[in-house]
Design a protein around this ligand. Structure first.
Ligand SMILES: Cc1cc2nc3c(=O)[nH]c(=O)nc-3n(C[C@H](O)[C@H](O)[C@H](O)COP(=O)(O)O)c2cc1C
Length: 192
């Protein structure tokens, strides 16, 4: 069976560089034999987490759909923008909602032991390094195994061609390597 990888970016923006980077990584993952589901968090609108709302109404429908996808995939590929030196509110909010216990399911179980690959694209010369460091900490705390590899794409407004491919050969090669490790890890977790 093909290993299943869920890929998404922490940006809802139509022209998001991180969506482009997630798409590049998804393409490499498919070429490496994985079944990659690429989703757009814009299609999963969730209000900012509020414990009173949760107590009253439970999880928002989009969080339930997001959790179902997490459950169906063995590994994750997350492309993280950097907002003021950290992850975006959109991404953290989706992770927070997904982590809750609902319908008898501990949301953290959807992350525990799951391998995650991290990539980032930002306008700055630093390529989102601070966001990735924070995201690594967040996902590790949630129990995921975050791959040591990471791909940081600086000056993202100059990094993609018209077809959405990375113009820098080394960045592209690093993305292939990261996806190869992610696919191998997902295969292994399927076999274990
Ligand atoms: C609120 C806000 C804060 C930002 N802070 C940073 C930052 O700390 N570091 C950085 O490299 N870029 C920062 N940027 C610029 C982003 O790199 C840029 O908006 C990028 O295009 C976001 O990713 P996206 O294209 O996937 O939406 C910030 C942008 C916004 C809107």
């Amino acid at each position: 069976m093909k290993p299943r990888i869920l890929a998404f970016a922490g940006s809802s923006r139509a022209g998001s560089y991180n969506k482009k980077l997630a798409a590049v990584a998804a393409g490499h993952g498919r070429a490496l034999g994985a079944d990659v589901t690429l989703i757009d968090l814009r299609d999963f609108p969730m209000p900012i987490y509020d414990g009173d709302d949760e107590a009253r109404a439970g999880l928002p429908p989009a969080a339930i759909r997001f959790r179902a996808l997490l459950n169906e995939h063995q590994a994750l590929l997350v492309a993280s923008p950097e907002h003021n030196g950290s992850v975006t509110a959109l991404l953290k909010n989706a992770l927070d909602w997904a982590s809750r216990t609902a319908d008898g399911i501990d949301g953290l179980a959807l992350f525990r032991g799951k391998t995650v690959g991290l990539v980032a694209a930002s306008l700055s010369p630093f390529g989102g390094v601070r966001a990735v460091a924070h995201l690594r900490g967040i996902l590790s705390k949630m129990g995921a195994n975050v791959l040591a590899d990471e791909v940081l794409v600086a000056a993202a407004h100059h990094a993609f061609d018209e077809a959405g491919q990375l113009t820098n050969a080394l960045s592209d090669k690093l993305t292939v390597q990261l996806m190869a490790n992610l696919v191998a890890s997902a295969r292994w977790s399927d076999a274990s």
